[in-house]
Design a protein around this ligand. Structure first.
Ligand SMILES: *[C@@H]1O[C@H](CO)[C@@H](O)[C@H](O)[C@H]1NC(C)=O
Length: 335
């Protein structure tokens, strides 16, 4: 019969071995954003004065002070079919809200839309530049409101989180919205998001406003999704709940607004480049005690989602567990 010392030794060894293997697994599955190539530090835009496409260097490191009021970051992968509607809606909003063109600060532009082409293979980058050059409505609004659509091309696909991070770190706005290219959210609702964190921003505090679809769980827009999609979404929500974001109902909505201060506390530390990056953003926000406001927005399902549910839901589940444990083990750092 083993004595108690032997039993204790076996138990301790087992626990240590188990922890070491979990640590190794988390380490192996953890993500680090890839480094940025020089060509990705440059944006192209259509200049209405000289009628040519120009290139401009993006800010090399995140700016501490904003240069304009509002930046919109649009991660775009193969979006030639969908992005027109989204951009047009955004420009309609700017055409009707003269506030933005009046509030010119240090920059020449009043607002900027950053298209981060995530290594598309359908010509999204050129498509958007052509729109700026050829579409009369785009030309009229951009030149009269002093807005600019800047296109940035990632030389290799990074994943949606990587594209959003890249745009955020190179944006110049006081308010920076990340908005999906599919136009599922109503762009005019960005006004609601800004209003909800305006006080905080003006008093120099970090704040985030996120679009929420939680108020429409039982409406047509959601019920009409296929059964399998709803089941997988439900599974994902349950996992997110288990892994600790209980205070926020809709973590996945592609319509999130940051003021410069919250952008600076979150995006330099974001590790996840794939789909579940939204959750890491919110985990970072909670870790740093940043105010997060959920704002109900209009939303409708748009066809052509790039999420491959069968393959991606497993990756999402892995990334979700990895994020939580990587912060716990200190593999991910937040400062
Ligand atoms: C992106 O577009 C290219 C070219 O049209 C196509 O070959 C590829 O399958 C597309 N990828 C996705 C995920 O839609």
């Amino acid at each position: 019969m083993m004595n108690t010392t032997a039993i204790a030794t076996v138990a301790v060894t087992t626990v240590v071995a188990l922890l070491a293997s979990i640590y190794t697994l988390v380490y192996l599955f953890s993500n680090q954003p890839r480094s940025v190539e020089p060509s990705e530090q440059v944006s192209s835009y259509y200049d209405y004065d000289s009628k040519t496409i120009k290139k401009a260097q993006l800010p090399q490191t995140p700016l501490h002070k904003s240069e304009l009021k509002f930046s919109i970051v649009v991660p775009s992968y193969n979006e030639t079919e969908r992005i027109y509607v989204m951009l047009r809606e955004a420009l309609e909003y700017f055409a009707q809200n003269e506030d933005y063109s009046k509030e010119i600060s240090t920059a020449k532009d009043a607002y900027e839309i950053l298209i981060v082409d995530d290594g598309s293979r359908d010509g999204t980058f050129q498509y958007v530049l052509d729109l700026c050059r050829q579409d009369e409505f785009f030309a009229k609004v951009l030149s009269t409101t002093n807005g600019v659509i800047r296109c940035i091309q990632l030389s290799k696909n990074r994943g949606k989180g990587g594209a959003v991070r890249h745009g955020m770190l190179h944006a110049r706005g006081e308010y920076i919205l990340f908005a999906d290219a599919d136009g599922a959210s109503k762009f005019a609702d960005s006004g609601k998001l800004i209003t909800s964190i305006q006080d905080k921003t003006e008093s120099g505090k970090a704040a985030i406003a996120i679009g929420s679809r939680a108020h429409m769980v039982n409406t047509d827009a959601v019920v009409k999704r296929s059964l399998i999609r709803n089941i997988l979404m439900y599974g994902l929500h349950t996992l997110v709940f288990i892994f600790g974001i209980r205070s926020i109902k809709d973590t996945q909505c592609g319509f999130k607004l940051f003021n410069r201060k919250s952008m600076l506390s979150i995006f330099p530390f974001l590790h996840t480049e794939r789909w579940i990056f939204d959750v890491e953003i919110l985990i970072l926000g909670i870790r740093k005690n940043i105010d997060i406001h959920e704002v109900a927005i209009s939303w409708h399902e748009v066809d052509g989602s790039k999420v491959d549910l069968a393959r991606d839901s497993i990756n999402m589940a892995i990334d979700l567990v990895v994020i939580r444990l990587a912060y716990l083990f200190g593999i991910y750092k937040d400062n």
